[in-house]
Ligand binder design. Structure first.
Ligand code: ACO
Length: 426
C-alpha cells in the first residue's frame, strides 16, 4: 500500500497524552490513524456527518475540495471528459488502468451482450402504479437481480449489473408513460442505447442525435465516482456485512435518491419551475435561501467537499451552453430563470462567504431538462453513472485486508439508568 508513515501526532486530554500514527496518502493528504484510540484510552470520537473521518483507504478517486481537483485513478476529470467515453471510464474505475484496444473491445462486447433482462423480470414492472418514482423501481429491480444470478459469479455480476441497469431504467420510464418497452440494440454504445430505449417507439425508426449522445456520455463520466460520499459509503457499509453485490448497490441507489444528494438534480428543476410560476422573482428566493428563519435552500448550490468550485460543474456548464444552443431552448423560461438565479447567487456576498456555488447537479438538471428527459428520470440517470463507482469501491473493499464490518459508535445523551414503572403507576 502507498501509505507514508509521518511519525505520530500527540493527543493530550485531562492529564494524559497518547501518540497516534500520522499517515500521508499519495497526494499529500495527512490523516491521524485513530483505529487504536478506544482500545488504548477508552475514548471515542464524535464527528457528525463524518466531515473529518476517513472510513477506508482507497486507490480509486482523489478529490481536493479546496483546489477543485477530481481525478479517477490519477487521471484528471477534465482530460477524461474531453478524451474518453463512459465505457472506457468504467473499465478504468473498475480495473485501475486505461484499457488496451483489445481489453476495451472485450469489455464493450460483454456489456452489450448482457443488456437483456430476464423476461420474468418484466412482470415486476407491471406491479407498480404509473406514478411510481423510477428510483423505487430501480432499487427494487437491482436487489431482485440477486434472485437470478449466483453470488459466486463475481466480476460477471458487475458486468450484468452495469449492462442491465440501462435497460431497467429505460423500462421503468416506458412503464410510467404507458409505452411498450424498447429492447436494447447491440449496435449502439451505452449512452446511445439508453437514449434509444428511452425515446424510441415501435411505430417508427428512431434517429440518434450525436450531440445528445455526447452530452449524455459526458454526464455519465462526470458522475461516475466521487469517493466516500453518502451513497458510496452506504454501499461500502452494506457490503461490509457480506451482503451481495446487488443488495449493496440497491442500498446505494436508495441513498442517492435523497434531495441533498443525487435527488438534487430533480429538485433543481422543481425549484426553478416554482420560481418561474411565482413570476420569476428569483431575488425573493435568493433572499429566502439567506434567511435563517427559512429552511429553503437553493438546490444545486453548495457542496460538502468542494469549497471553491466543483470541477465537474465547470465542464458541465460548458456542455449545458452547447446543448442549449443546439436545441435552441435559450427561450425556455425555466432555463432563463436558471441563468438569472446563477448570476444573482454568484454575485451575492452571502454565497461567497459560505463558499456556495453551483454544483454539478445544477447544470446536469438543466442539461437533462433541455434534452427532454422527465425530471423523475434525472436521479436514475445519475444512478446509471454512479453504479460503476459503487461497484469499483465495493470490489476494492472486498480485497482490502483492513476491511471489517462498518460499525460507528455514538455519544449517548439519553436517560441514565432508571427502573421500569408498572403501567398502572404511570
Ligand atoms: N442554499 C442556501 N444556504 C446553504 C446552501 C444552499 N444550497 N447549502 C448550504 N447552505 C448554508 C447552510 O445554511 C449553512 O449556513 P450556516 O453556516 O449559517 O448554518 C452553511 O451554508 C453550511 O451548510 P451545511 O449544510 O452545513 O453544509 P454541508 O456541507 O453539510 O452540506 C450540501 C452540503 C448538503 C450539499 C448543502 O450545501 C445543500 O443542502 N445543498 C443543496 C442540495 C444540493 O445541491 N445537493 C447536491 C450536492 S452534490 C451531489 O450530491 C452530487
Amino acid at each position: 500500500m502507498n501509505i507514508t508513515d509521518l511519525g505520530t501526532a500527540k493527543l493530550s486530554y485531562q492529564d494524559n497524552e497518547i501518540e497516534l500514527p500520522l499517515l500521508e496518502g499519495t497526494m499529500g493528504e495527512k490523516a491521524i490513524d485513530i483505529s487504536k484510540l478506544r482500545g488504548a484510552t477508552g475514548l471515542g470520537t464524535l464527528d457528525s456527518g463524518y466531515g473529518n473521518t476517513g472510513s477506508c483507504t482507497s486507490e480509486i478517486t482523489f478529490i481536493d475540495g479546496e483546489e477543485g481537483v477530481l481525478m479517477y485513478r490519477g487521471y484528471p476529470i477534465e482530460q477524461l471528459a474531453e478524451k474518453a467515453d463512459f465505457v472506457e471510464v468504467c473499465y478504468l474505475l473498475i480495473y485501475g488502468h486505461l484499457p488496451s484496444v483489445e481489453e476495451l473491445t472485450d469489455f464493450r462486447n460483454s456489456l452489450t451482450h448482457h443488456s437483456l433482462i430476464h423476461e420474468d423480470m418484466k412482470k415486476f414492472f407491471e406491479g407498480y402504479p404509473p406514478t411510481a418514482h423510477p428510483m423505487a423501481i430501480l432499487s427494487a429491480m437491482v436487489a431482485s437481480l440477486s434472485a437470478y444470478y449466483p453470488e459466486e459469479d463475481g466480476d460477471t455480476n458487475i458486468i450484468r449489473l452495469l449492462a442491465k441497469l440501462n435497460t431497467i431504467a429505460a423500462f421503468s420510464y416506458k412503464k410510467s408513460i404507458g409505452q411498450p418497452y424498447i429492447y436494447p440494440r447491440n449496435d449502439l454504445d451505452y449512452a446511445g442505447d439508453f437514449l434509444h430505449m428511452m425515446h424510441a417507439v415501435p411505430a417508427e425508426p428512431y434517429e440518434l442525435d450525436d450531440t445528445l449522445v455526447e452530452a449524455l456520455n459526458l454526464l455519465l463520466i462526470l458522475h461516475a465516482d466521487h469517493e466516500q460520499n453518502c451513497s458510496t459509503s452506504t454501499v461500502r457499509m452494506v457490503g461490509s456485512s457480506g451482503a451481495n453485490l446487488f443488495a449493496s448497490i440497491a442500498s446505494g441507489i436508495c441513498a442517492l435518491w435523497g434531495p441533498l444528494h443525487g435527488g438534487a438534480n430533480q429538485k433543481v428543476i422543481q425549484m426553478l419551475e416554482r420560481i418561474e410560476k411565482d413570476g420569476s422573482d428569483y431575488k425573493k428566493y435568493v433572499a429566502m435561501a439567506k434567511d435563517k428563519d427559512s429552511d429553503f435552500r437553493l438546490m444545486g448550490f453548495g457542496h460538502r467537499v468542494y469549497k471553491n468550485f466543483d470541477p465537474r460543474a465547470t465542464v458541465m456548464k460548458q456542455s449545458a451552453d452547447e446543448v442549449l444552443d443546439l436545441l435552441g431552448v435559450e427561450n425556455n423560461p425555466v432555463l432563463a430563470t436558471a441563468k438569472a438565479l446563477e448570476e444573482a447567487a454568484l454575485s451575492d456576498p452571502y454565497f461567497a462567504e459560505k463558499k456556495l456555488f453551483p454544483n454539478v447537479d445544477f447544470y446536469s438538471g438543466i442539461i437533462l431538462e433541455a434534452m427532454g428527459f422527465p425530471t423523475s428520470m434525472f436521479t436514475p440517470i445519475f444512478a446509471l453513472s454512479r453504479t460503476v463507482g459503487w461497484v469499483s469501491q465495493w470490489k476494492e473493499m472486498l480485497t482490502d485486508p483492513q476491511n471489517k464490518i462498518g460499525r460507528p459508535r455514538q455519544l449517548y445523551l439519553g436517560e441514565t439508568a432508571r427502573d421500569y414503572v408498572d403501567i398502572e403507576k404511570r
